[in-house]
Design a protein around this ligand. Structure first.
Ligand code: EPU
Length: 320
């Protein structure tokens, strides 16, 4: 297939054989056939059609903060929506319409400038809005889990047949750190924020960032919490960090991957860590926590082993 011809009308940034290690906060990941940042809907449609024609799967990459991909190369199209139309911010009273590629830090900053709060709990989460919605990102404040779905009103997505559809919150299957949005492209979200004094918003932001830094801060590349907290829906839910800590894993290393001594649910890349090191460490942790507490930890990060990606047939759209 002549890729240059297929992409003749593509507007945006495109790279061939781009290492994903440049785009994940773990700084780990092999090469993908195409790395693309489309500027507009028609260029996004071109990529979807190319994926179908060539049977290449699509990997949506936001801030790359919840992603562990293997070190091999893969015939796939990685799409990042941080450019052009996809990172806009618009206001209508206290309703914010923002593009999926907008970073949460920028979303919080633009909202603050407009005197709108209610999303201070998202401060410090290194995610794009689309990635945060897909994973229902959030934080635990004073024992209560707060997730981005709480402020979401409406979502625009692009479907596999490149139609643009508006969905309501109730259709999105939000649960703790998950949604049913893995097989579509999130384009834009409407969030309902609250009018607040800028002083109060800034105070909350400072407090949340300080807490995060104190409990999790690291100078090394990492992907945030590796595991979900088990049993969050039940009384007496446990923190995965607590369980891993009590299993004696702080500071434990496989290759250059190390369990953070600050927060045991973080694995840090001490420099040059391979995906296989992290995967081995994850497996050791799961084994020990299961043995000691009879609890099966579930990954919060998305792990994609390129060797296990099946061959897809032409004509269908597949998301990794
Ligand atoms: N703890 C330990 N040892 C550790 C880590 C934690 O004993 O190494 C204990 C703490 O002392 C505390 C309890 O475990 O008593 C809970 O710890 P923490 O307050 O750090 O919260 P968490 O449940 O570990 C959750 C989210 C974080 C979020 C914090 C905000 C999950 C999986 N994690 O962590 O989210 O920042 O609350 O307080 O839901 C992420 O999702 O990537 C993430 C970092």
């Amino acid at each position: 297939m002549n890729l240059a011809k297929e992409l003749k009308n593509f507007k945006g940034e495109i790279k061939f054989g781009e290492p994903l290690s440049r785009h994940t906060t773990f700084r780990i990941g092999g090469k993908v056939k195409i790395w693309a940042k489309p500027f507009d809907y028609s260029s996004l449609r071109l990529l979807i059609n190319l994926a179908k024609l060539s049977a290449m799967p699509i990997l949506m990459v936001g801030a790359g903060s919840n992603l562990l991909v293997s070190d091999d190369s893969l015939e796939a199209i990685a799409i990042n929506l941080s450019a052009g139309n996809f990172s806009k911010f618009r206001l209508n009273s206290n309703i914010v319409s923002a593009g999926a590629g907008l970073g949460l830090a920028r979303l919080i900053e633009c909202s603050l400038e407009a005197g709108l709060g209610g999303i201070e709990f998202l401060a410090g989460i290194p995610a794009s809005l689309g990635g945060a919605i897909r994973t229902n990102a959030g934080t635990t404040i004073e024992g209560r889990i707060k997730s981005i779905s709480e402020v979401l009103e409406e979502l625009r997505i692009m479907t596999a047949d490149t139609k643009i559809v508006t969905l309501e919150k109730k259709d999105l299957g939000f649960v703790y750190r998950d949604s049913n949005l893995s097989q579509c492209i999130i384009l834009e979200a409407k969030l309902k924020l609250k009018r607040k004094s800028k002083v109060k918003i800034k105070k909350l932001l400072r407090e949340n960032l300080k807490d995060r830094l104190e409990t999790q801060g690291t100078d090394y590349a990492c992907a945030g919490c590796i595991f979900k907290n088990p049993g969050v829906k039940l009384l007496g839910a446990k923190s995965a960090g607590f369980l891993i800590d009590k299993s004696g894993f702080k500071g434990k290393r496989v290759g250059a991957a190390e369990v953070s001594v600050r927060h045991a649910n973080f694995i840090i890349n001490r420099g040059g860590a391979k995906a296989k090191d992290v995967i081995k460490l994850i497996s050791l942790i799961k084994g020990k926590v299961k043995e000691k507490f009879a609890i099966t930890l579930e990954s919060e990060i998305k792990i994609i082993d390129f060797k296990l990606v099946p061959c897809f047939s032409k004509g269908t759209l597949n998301f990794l």
